[in-house]
Design a protein around this ligand. Structure first.
Ligand SMILES: NC(=O)c1ccc[n+]([C@@H]2O[C@H](COP(=O)([O-])OP(=O)(O)OC[C@H]3O[C@@H](n4cnc5c(N)ncnc54)[C@H](O)[C@@H]3O)[C@@H](O)[C@H]2O)c1
Length: 290
């Protein structure tokens, strides 16, 4: 199946960039959220990312400023913002990127099942939740699949294509093809908690969270040491602020529930989330983002 038109539901930390990736590959995309102000933030994010990418090509003299201006108009012109499902009647592929809560995701999948054509594939950008449970909210579980981008979606090449219990072989193949169409590299994995990447990443990061908590270390010092050692481009606490503390906490708790205490849940992160400090998106997390 070739994807002529796509949709992204949820225009937050991930959704705006996912829409940008799809539009930059030449495919038209609807970006939907529940409120126009979130849609506008997502559209603005897509514009900023496109501008930065094209600016890089101009700096390397690969394209002229005139080409960059034209491409910026073309790419951003392929993204249509929406607060309802009016433009979903002819989409081929949907990426759901709403908050990491099964109840919200199931409600969205039920709605998507009603408003999209029967052939459309309904995918989820979930970091850890069950694809099969999302499929249960629809009458087409064979066409429900995981499509997990990594932050920041405009730069990270990998996508996990996750197989639910009912996902058909045809859907998995079409989803891997769509990943290729939008210039990403797909790996197929089962729906074990955390899938592949977050299970590995969190096992390392949770050890850092644990030692920081037990020894009463300063998170900024921990980040500084890790960054200066070049073990990672940035420290885990700053990265968590960029990803969104609520999202990271949900994944950590899910892995802890699934695999036990070897996946630590940071009490400091829990306290910040309880106080509504979710990182960069709310202006404060482990760091103050002004
Ligand atoms: N943040 C990350 O680094 C990251 C990385 C990979 C995957 N994910 C996954 O992507 C998904 C989204 O995460 P995020 O960080 O972008 O979350 P976010 O909180 O930044 O954004 C979620 C957006 O969904 C919108 N929303 C809520 N209910 C909605 C509905 N019913 N219909 C349409 N929009 C709705 C919210 O208004 C918000 O704009 C989660 O499943 C998360 O696990 C996140």
């Amino acid at each position: 199946m070739y994807v002529f038109k796509a949709a992204v539901v949820g225009a937050g930390t991930m959704g705006g960039e996912i829409a940008q990736v799809i539009a930059a590959s030449g495919v038209g995309v609807v970006l939907k959220d529940i409120d126009q102000k979130f849609v506008d933030t997502g559209l603005e994010k897509a514009r900023e990312v496109t501008q930065a990418q094209l600016g890089g090509l101009v700096a390397k003299e690969k394209i002229t400023q005139e080409d960059a201006d034209r491409q910026l108009t073309e790419i951003t012109g392929r993204i249509a913002g929406a607060t309802d499902y009016g433009a979903f009647g002819d989409v081929d592929f949907v990426v759901e990127a709403v908050p990491e809560r099964m109840q919200i995701k199931q409600a969205v999948f039920e709605e998507l099942d009603a408003v999209t054509p029967g052939h459309a594939i309904l995918s989820s950008n979930t970091s850890s939740l069950s694809i099969s449970e999302m499929g249960e909210a629809t009458g087409r579980p064979d066409k429900v699949v995981g499509f997990h981008f990594f932050y920041p979606a405009s730069m990270m090449r990998l996508i996990e294509v996750i197989e639910g219990e009912e996902t058909s072989e045809e859907t998995l193949q079409a989803t891997a093809n769509f990943a290729q169409q939008i210039r990403k590299t797909a790996i197929r994995c089962g729906e074990g908690p955390g899938f592949v990447v977050n299970r590995i990443l969190n096992s390392a990061v949770s050890e850092i969270w644990k030692v920081t908590h037990e020894e009463g270390l300063d998170v900024k010092e921990v980040d500084k040491v890790i960054q200066e050692s070049k073990a990672a481009p940035m420290g885990p606490f700053f990265l968590t602020d960029l990803l969104g503390l609520d999202t990271v906490l949900h994944v950590a708790e899910h892995l802890n529930d699934s695999y036990g205490d070897r996946f630590f849940v940071s009490p400091a992160m829990k306290d910040l989330v309880a106080a509504g400090n979710l990182g960069q998106k709310t202006g404060k997390g482990f760091y103050d983002h002004g």
